[in-house]
Design a protein around this ligand. Structure first.
Ligand SMILES: [Zn+2]
Length: 347
């Protein structure tokens, strides 16, 4: 159906506009807003669903990963077909949400957010939602948002425990005021080491989406001003006041230094949740996937889709290549070995 022939949908948001604090004015503001969701895993699926169905203007979905069977326990937008096709999460989520609300402009970015593409992916947004599963991306997000004066909403979930907080320009602490440095590798619980239960991500993602809707509909004064910690298994709900927690000596919002936005070297990073390493060259260059597929077909099994090329190198290791020369090496946890596999294949 063409844009012009689509019928008007005045009643689509009727339950939301009838809720007095949002009302038709708030709905109009929502419809004019541009929002990015960084990471469309468990939290991101919940956040993106609420925002797409609630009628934001433009929704950018950013995720570097592909759908796998072990995601389906908690990542509510995906199904077994998506996993069998190794679809990029950003594309799979966008396809589902376009069917839920075709009036929202939904953009999929199957990309790793980094210093070199942050402007392209996050520039011009009214709000950024954190659905990441790793500290590096979260610190980068904090640096970017504070520098640009864009609000962002932090969320984290491991085991049955989670946290969320809104970082607003010119008010309260930023993420680094409270957590000055990322924890040393291996010291923090992750979904890999501690698992994660599905109702938790629903709750944390919904709390993030609720604050997002308040901000975007012009109800900033109604937003929570705390760092909320909760544990759904132990039934604890603990809001920590953070009004006085902004530090004038904070490297980020106080001294306005943004080390996570410095250009990076080639990166190899183990992904949370399973034996996979991502390789991302510092300078992305286009990779001709069909040509590569032809060359690799002699060596192993290949599967080419419009978004990626999957290559079964042997029984243990498979590699998924993306058009920007990024790759996921599956079956390895050691970044150095993964870099070697990447170099073996691409030279
Ligand atoms: Zn700060």
């Amino acid at each position: 159906m063409s844009e012009g022939s689509r019928p008007a949908l005045p009643d689509r948001y009727i339950r939301q506009t009838r809720f007095a604090p949002i009302g038709p004015d708030g709905q109009q503001r929502l419809g004019g807003s541009v929002v990015a969701v960084v990471g469309v895993g468990a939290l991101g699926c919940v956040i993106a669903s609420h925002l797409a169905r609630g009628g934001v203007g433009e929704l950018r979905l950013i995720d570097r990963d592909i759908v796998e069977l072990s995601n389906l326990q908690r990542q509510l937008l995906y199904d077994e077909d998506d996993a069998a096709s190794s679809l990029p999460k950003a594309e799979a989520a966008a396809a589902k949400l376009r069917r839920a609300n075709s009036s929202v402009s939904i953009r999929a970015y199957a990309a790793d957010l980094h210093a070199g593409n942050a402007d392209e992916l996050l520039g011009g947004t009214d709000l950024i939602l954190d659905g990441t599963d790793n500290f590096h991306t979260r610190y980068l997000l904090n640096d970017y948002a504070v520098r640009a004066g864009i609000p962002w909403i932090y969320g984290g979930a491991v085991g049955a425990g989670g946290m969320t907080m809104s970082v607003l320009p010119d008010a309260g602490p930023c993420y680094r005021c409270l957590f000055p440095e990322p924890p040393a590798s291996g010291l923090a619980d992750t979904c890999e080491t501690a698992g994660v239960v599905s109702p938790l991500v629903d709750v944390i993602g919904s709390l993030q989406a609720m604050e997002a809707i308040k901000w975007l509909s012009g109800r900033r004064e109604e937003m929570r001003g705390d760092l909320l910690q909760l544990d759904l298994w132990r039934n604890s709900w603990m809001p920590l006041g953070v009004a006085g927690a902004r530090r004038s000596d904070c490297e980020c919002c106080g001294r306005r230094e943004f080390p996570f936005l410095e250009p990076e070297e080639d990166m190899a990073a183990a992904l949370c949740g399973r034996a996979t390493v991502q390789i991302r060259p510092a300078r992305s260059r286009p990779l001709d996937l069909p040509a590569l597929a032809e060359r690799l077909a002699m060596a192993g099994e290949v599967r080419l889709t419009p978004y990626s090329l999957r290559y079964e190198r042997d029984e243990r290791i498979s590699v998924v290549f993306f058009p920007d020369s990024r790759a996921l090496i599956q079956g390895l946890e050691d970044p150095i070995k993964a870099k070697a596999v990447y170099a073996d294949i691409l030279g």
